[in-house]
Design a protein around this ligand. Sequence first.
Ligand SMILES: Cc1cc2nc3c(=O)[nH]c(=O)nc-3n(C[C@H](O)[C@H](O)[C@H](O)COP(=O)(O)OP(=O)(O)OC[C@H]3O[C@@H](n4cnc5c(N)ncnc54)[C@H](O)[C@@H]3O)c2cc1C
Length: 436
Amino acid sequence: MNSTLDIHSLNDNPSSHRIIIVGGGIVGAALAFHLSSTKEHHVVLVDRCLEKSLGSTGHAPGFVGQLNESSVLTKLAKDTVLEYLSIPGGFSRVGGLELSSTPSGVEALRRRRDMALAADLPAEIITPEAAAALAPDFIDPDSVKIGLHFPSDGTANAQKITSYYFDQARARGVDFLEATVTGFTTSRNDGKPTKMTAIQTAEGHINLEGSTVILATGIWTSSLTDPAHGAKAPITQLPIPIVPVAHPYTFTPSRPPRVGNAYPFVRWPDHHVYARDHGDRDGLGSYNHSPMQLNPIGTAIGTWPAEFDQVLSEATSHLKNGHDFHSRGCVDDSDPWLSKQPFNGIFSVTPDNLPLAGRVPDVANLWMCAAIWVTTAAGTAKLISREILRDIGSPSTPEDELLMNALSPARFQGIGTENLTLQALGKYNDIYNRKI
Ligand SMILES: Cc1cc2nc3c(=O)[nH]c(=O)nc-3n(C[C@H](O)[C@H](O)[C@H](O)COP(=O)(O)OP(=O)(O)OC[C@H]3O[C@@H](n4cnc5c(N)ncnc54)[C@H](O)[C@@H]3O)c2cc1C
């Protein structure tokens, strides 16, 4: 996608109904799509690169497991899957499979089965043999005690979904502007919330007269809002604990596609390891290492920490075909999906593993929609769009209000940044909710 306007034409045509989305990963793209469902607003999406996804979206293997200990995340994931299912090639309902070989792990899977059924998600405990039959190259039945199968889970093609939303949004009149945002200008009104008056970019200022801004900048959100992470000035007085972290993912070499049913994505929660069949190769990732905070520069690929070699060696030992995977990091990691080499992908964690999505209350025209996984991106973007488009004065539904409160960017007010960062890093090893 090329820019459809430039900064001069944007500034020469002010609008009191303009919404500017900064960030065109899966979240920004889904916002553009949903916000353009009415003709009421002029929606503009700004990204430093419109041609390809430089953010986490460009590197997500796309596991979508809908069940979470947080009922808010479960609800958003279920809404998201419904959205993805309507996008050609967006979602494959291959199912999800969790395996355990320890007494506490077996107990946890039984509890998750009950929780899934209570949340209206199909889930079934299966034998090791039945589990191995679903993904025979991955699973040795002698190495596990039980499996938990989620037939309605699957894999999302994040890049395909993002392009679909871009194209649909464009057709509905959304404008796209390629520009690197370098900061924001705000004005302070005594006694009233600050207002954002301009977006600074490498190509000039975007005038925000009458505009609403949404930050959908994923792992770069703190670097745009918080001077401690590189922002020129604080945008909000609220702590924004969106912490970018390193994560190893690797592949097998290319192979012919398997014959027969597609493999479910498979998780070994006891070991914090997961794997999937990508069609022409397999992929594997691991959370089994000390959390590592990063300061991302231009892309969501970090340099390869030497200790990740060992993390992947250990992780591959849990798969029957583990020896097929590359486990040593490659130095030239500019496009690991093409070179099929191990890579260090960066995504965000937060102190409660929930997104920061909603109005930023101390900046009158600012919203945020960040720290969101592919698993919950469309549902969250749709919720935020509903809230933004809602006529002033017309109340949210009680259900939306509950979700908005849980996701509010203001919820960490009063807690020290250092504590919040530590809590967020602690969540890295709890992606599978095993610390409960
Ligand atoms: C290795 C890896 C594995 C993952 N696995 C999964 C998984 O299995 N399931 C799952 O649900 N999720 C997974 N994720 C997480 C998921 O990919 C992300 O949470 C999601 O893609 C974030 O989307 P986003 O749109 O918020 O951010 P991004 O995709 O990062 O998009 C942010 C956009 O903002 C733009 N931007 C930032 N700063 C500026 C600026 N200053 N000026 C202009 N533009 C700017 C960037 O260019 C980028 O396009 C994984 C991520 C990684 C890296």
